[in-house]
Design a protein around this ligand. Structure first.
Ligand code: AHR
Length: 508
């Protein structure tokens, strides 16, 4: 038995949790849009061709914002292809995913879908094959009420009210040699700065995101952020981070500690941004938009899924359709813990992605939709992580990993909502073999009672939900939780994710 001890004190707040931390990402990639959210012939399709069963699941997931339309896709995308009468829209090669883009869904349809879902649109502009003018055009089309050719075109296309998009990504992963239009950090930084300044001439209050590194393993990592921010510091509000994790062979010990790497990634980007701030003598603090994160079996994509035949450009191919295990979901839940404990600097994030493509929600055409294992930690964290993230004192044994060195066996973060007095504690046991007995010192919270306690675990850590067995894995109530004399006690199974909520007795 692992013995661990946690102290929760609401006086030690890290920062307020921005609801945008529970954002996601939908790209024109594989079956994310077509046969994902949009399937006009599906029995649950609504008047706009969107699957109602998927809308219900996205609502249940608690996604607060959705980044769109890419991803790598955006770096070759012409936004105007996706607006206006459907029958006149061109079919185009999508070079990023070696597919055919039919343009049946574009900006207006996607904004309509998001209104149904109740979530905010975060729009990425193409700074790969395009530049300042096209970014200005799409901003004018989307956000100006009327009276210009572009704004009136949106009205004529059926959307009378402007979309009011607040947050804009200036390109995607421009540090990656695979990206259309990839160049040096200076090239990109200057283009992003020019684009940002031009967009602010339309609306100074936009929130703008410059591209950081597409992973902490990029050879330019660190230097890229510094050089981009040297060009853009005064013009943007966020620098982005992207990170995907997968086990290397059967080194599950390292995989289970992926959040340690995410912590280090965030800390490094914060340090780099603050270096630029100090050199410039700026009083502005750069925020981080962690706008792609997940478990992704990228090795499988490269070995199995990748389409290369120059004559084959399929529509909505089944690619990047990873099936997630219990262990994947535990790692995933731990990544959410990492994001929350950096709430002071990470104020926006996007789970990549949302439907079918490395996604918490899967669909079959003409058939059902189901929740992957990763659905559960996301939905519960989005629902319960409210108010401020707290700095915790956690004492527990460590274990050695090949990739991250010596790491704690248990990880935790807590949130506290001053308004309601409610506290949520999110926990992970990374041990592959041993239960953890955790004691939580709750005395600084005053009189509290346990309200909810859910755990994701399974005797088979590789168990997953599938088309044929869609409810194999789910959350269970953790029956081991007790609270007495200011100490809550709970047992965390091996390879598990848990949430406990505590309700203030005074607030009842
Ligand atoms: O999410 C899949 C891809 O991963 C995105 O298109 C790209 O930005 C990243 O490399």
């Amino acid at each position: 038995m692992i013995r661990a001890h946690l102290t929760v004190d609401p006086h030690f707040a890290v920062g307020t949790i921005d609801r945008r931390l529970f954002g996601s990402f939908l790209e024109h990639l594989g079956r994310g849009i077509y046969d994902g959210i949009y399937e006009p012939a599906h029995p649950t399709a609504d008047e706009d061709g969107f699957r109602s069963d998927v809308i219900e699941l996205v609502r249940e997931l608690g996604v607060t914002a959705v980044r769109y339309p890419g991803g790598n896709f955006v770096s070759g995308y012409r936004w105007e292809d996706g607006v206006g009468p459907r029958e006149a829209r061109p079919r185009r090669l999508d070079l990023a995913w070696h597919s055919t883009e039919t343009n049946e869904v574009g900006l207006d349809e996607f904004a309509t879908w998001l209104r149904k879902v109740g979530s905010e649109l975060v729009y990425a502009v193409n700074l790969g094959t395009r530049g300042v003018q096209e970014a200005l055009d799409v901003l004018e089309y989307a956000n100006i009420a009327g009276g210009t050719t572009l704004a009136d075109a949106r009205v004529a296309n059926g959307t009378a009210q402007p979309h009011g998009i607040r947050m804009w990504c200036l390109g995607n992963e421009m540090d990656g040699p695979w990206q259309l239009g990839h160049g040096t950090a200076q090239d990109y930084g200057r283009l992003a700065s020019k684009t940002a300044r031009a967009m602010r001439q339309i609306d100074p209050d936009l929130e703008l995101v410059a591209c950081g590194s597409s992973s902490a393993q990029m050879p330019t990592f660190g230097t890229w952020e510094r050089e981009v921010l040297e060009e853009t510091y005064d013009d943007v509000d966020f620098i982005s981070c992207h990170a995907y994790y997968e086990p290397k062979g059967d080194d599950f010990g390292s995989f289970l500690a992926s959040a340690v790497e995410m912590d280090r990634f965030i800390d490094s980007v914060v340090a780099t941004a603050d270096h630029v701030k100090a050199v410039r003598g700026s009083d502005k603090t750069m925020q981080i938009s962690f706008d792609e994160w997940n478990v992704w079996y990228q090795s499988r994509y490269n070995e199995v899924d990748r389409i290369t035949d120059p004559q084959s450009w399929p529509v909505a191919p089944r690619i990047l359709e990873d099936s997630y295990s219990v262990m994947d979901a535990v790692v995933f839940g731990n990544l959410l813990i990492s994001l929350i404990r950096h709430a002071d600097r990470v104020t926006s994030a996007s789970l990549a992605q949302l439907v079918n493509v490395i996604a918490p929600i899967m669909t079959e055409p003409g058939s059902h939709a189901w929740r992957q294992t990763t659905f559960f930690p996301f939905a519960v964290t989005s629902r319960l992580a409210r108010g401020e993230a707290l700095e915790l004192r956690l004492e527990c044994p460590t274990y050695s990993t090949a990739l991250h060195g010596e790491v704690p066996l248990v990880d935790a973060v807590a949130t506290h909502d001053r308004a309601s007095g409610g506290t949520a504690v999110f926990l992970v046991n990374r041990s592959e073999t041993t239960e953890a007995a955790l004691e939580i010192d709750t005395r600084m919270l005053g009189a509290v009672s346990v309200h909810e306690a859910h755990t994701l675990a399974d005797d088979d850590v590789h168990a997953r939900n599938t088309k044929d067995d869609p409810e194999r894995v789910g959350l269970v109530t953790n029956e081991t939780v007790t609270i007495q004399d200011g100490t809550a006690s709970v047992t965390l199974p091996p390879v598990s994710w848990t949430v406990i909520t505590l309700r203030s007795e005074q607030a009842r």
